[in-house]
Design a protein around this ligand. Structure first.
Ligand code: NIG
Ligand code: FE
Length: 385
C-alpha cells in the first residue's frame, strides 16, 4: 500500500495514465510525482525528475480514484428476498425503504458502523477513493442524526436524506414540518448536502421544494433523487433550486433534458438500480448529445442497487447505455467530483489530490472490456476493512 508521506514519490512505468488534464487527458508511457499528498508533476516516464522514492507499476494503467457521488451505506437488514421476488416478476416499490428503516432503527451503533466500514472497504478495493453517504433509513430526529454522525467518520461528503419516504402512520405535512424543523436542525451540523426523494410514493414537487429550501437556509447544498420510477417534476425542481445534481434521470422528457443542459445541474446515472430493478437504463447518449454533464455512481443501498462497484457501473454504462469507455471513466471520476462540487479530486492534473487507482490491466478500457473481473490492484489510500 502506498503511504502518503512528506517525501516525494515518483510513480512510473505507467502504460496509460488518465489525468483529465486539458493538455494531456490520457498519456501513454507516463509517470507522475506525488508530493505532500498532491500531484506535483505529470509527464512521460523518461522525462521524470528525480524523487525521494520510486514506485514502478510495471506497465499498468493508472486512473484517478473513483468518486462515488451517491450511496446509502447506513442501514441494517437484508432485502435479498425482495430482489429475488423482483427477478420473478414483482415490481419495485418505493415503500420497500420502510423495511430497511425498521431494521436500521433496531441496530446498535457498532453494527451500523461495521457495515459502513465493510462496504466502504469493498468500494476502496474496487478503486473508489471518495464516497458520498446519505442518511435516510432512520426517519426520526435521533436516528437520522446518528446515521449522519456515523457516516461523517468515513467521509466529509454526507447527505441528510430525512425526506427519503414518509414513515408509516405519519401525515405527510407533519413529516415535512419535522424534516425541515427539528430534524434538519439536529442533522445539519453533520451534513454537507440535503437530498429528497421526489417521486410518486415519496415526496411531491412542492414538498421537495420546501425541503430543499429549508436545507439551503440551514447551510446545506441541495441534490435530489429524481425521475427514477417514472416521469415527474424532480429534474425541474433540481434545476430551479440550483441543485448540484439530479440523480437517477431514468425517465426524462425533452424539456427535462433541456433544463439539465441549460442549468448545468449534473445528471447522476445509477445503472446498478436499473440492473437490480429490471427497469430500462437511462439514455446517457441523449444526455451527452444535449451537452449534459453525467456522473456515474453506484447508489449502493439494500433495496435497489446492492453493488459497491464502480467498475460494474462503468461496464454497464458502456455496454448498455451507449457511453464510450472514456465518457464512462470520466463520469465515474471527474463527473462524480463535479457532482460533489469538488475540484481537488477525480483528476490527476498538477495540484490535484493524489487519489488514484492502479489497475491490473494496461488500459482503462479493460474496466468495461473485462466485466466482473477485479482489476483494481491497489489505490493510493489504505483499505480500512
Ligand atoms: O436511490 N430512490 C430512493 N432511494 C433508494 C432506494 C432505497 C430503497 O429501496 O431502500 C434509491 O434507489
Ligand atoms: Fe439513492
Amino acid at each position: 500500500m502506498l503511504e502518503q508521506s512528506l517525501t516525494s514519490l515518483l510513480v512510473t512505468n505507467i502504460a496509460e495514465l488518465t489525468t483529465w488534464d486539458t493538455q494531456h487527458p490520457v498519456l501513454t508511457d507516463a509517470a507522475f510525482i506525488v508530493d505532500g499528498g498532491t500531484i506535483a508533476w505529470v509527464g512521460r516516464s523518461h522525462q521524470a525528475p528525480a524523487a525521494d522514492a520510486v514506485d514502478d507499476v510495471g506497465g499498468a494503467a493508472v486512473i484517478p480514484g473513483f468518486v462515488d457521488s451517491h450511496s446509502h451505506l447506513v442501514f441494517a437488514g437484508d432485502r435479498s428476498a425482495e430482489f429475488a421476488a423482483r427477478m420473478a416478476g414483482e415490481p419495485y416499490r418505493a415503500g420497500g425503504i420502510r423495511t430497511t428503516v425498521t431494521a436500521t432503527r433496531a441496530a446498535p451503533d457498532e453494527q451500523l458502523e461495521a457495515t459502513i466500514m465493510r462496504l466502504s472497504g469493498e468500494m476502496r478495493r474496487q478503486g473508489t477513493t471518495t464516497v458520498e453517504i446519505k442518511s435516510g433509513y432512520g426517519l426520526t430526529v435521533a436516528d437520522e442524526t446518528r446515521a449522519l454522525a456515523l457516516a461523517r467518520q468515513f467521509t466529509p461528503e454526507t447527505t441528510f436524506l430525512g425526506a427519503h419516504v414518509v414513515p408509516e402512520d405519519t401525515n405527510v405535512d407533519d413529516y415535512v414540518d419535522l424534516v425541515t424543523g427539528p430534524m434538519l436542525e439536529a442533522c445539519a451540523p453533520h451534513a454537507k448536502w440535503i437530498d429528497v426523494f421526489c417521486e410518486d410514493g415519496a415526496f411531491d414537487a412542492d414538498a421537495a421544494r420546501t425541503i430543499l429550501a429549508a436545507g439551503i437556509r440551514a447551510g446545506l447544498a441541495p441534490r435530489i433523487h429524481a425521475n427514477q420510477l417514472g416521469y415527474g417534476p424532480g429534474v425541474q425542481v433540481a434545476c430551479e433550486t440550483g441543485a448540484a445534481a439530479a440523480d437517477h434521470c431514468t425517465y426524462l422528457t425533452d424539456a427535462d433534458v433541456d433544463a439539465l443542459a441549460n442549468s448545468g445541474v449534473i445528471a447522476g446515472l445509477l445503472p446498478g438500480v436499473e440492473f437490480s430493478t429490471r427497469q430500462p437504463y437511462p439514455n446517457a447518449r441523449r444526455l451527452l448529445d444535449a451537452g449534459v454533464t453525467i456522473a456515474l455512481a453506484t447508489d449502493c443501498n439494500p433495496g435497489t442497487s446492492f453493488t459497491s462497484s464502480m467498475p460494474f457501473c462503468i461496464a454497464v454504462a458502456v455496454r448498455d447505455m451507449r457511453m464510450t469507455v472514456q465518457e464512462a471513466v470520466w463520469s465515474a471520476t471527474r463527473g462524480g467530483a463535479l457532482s460533489l462540487r469538488r475540484d481537488d479530486i477525480g483528476h490527476l492534473a498538477v495540484g490535484a489530490r493524489a487519489d488514484y487507482a492502479v489497475l491490473s490491466a494496461p488500459s482503462a478500457a479493460h474496466l468495461a472490456y473485462r466485466p466482473g473481473v477485479p482489476l483494481i490492484s491497489r489505490t493510493s489510500q489504505p483499505v480500512l476493512a
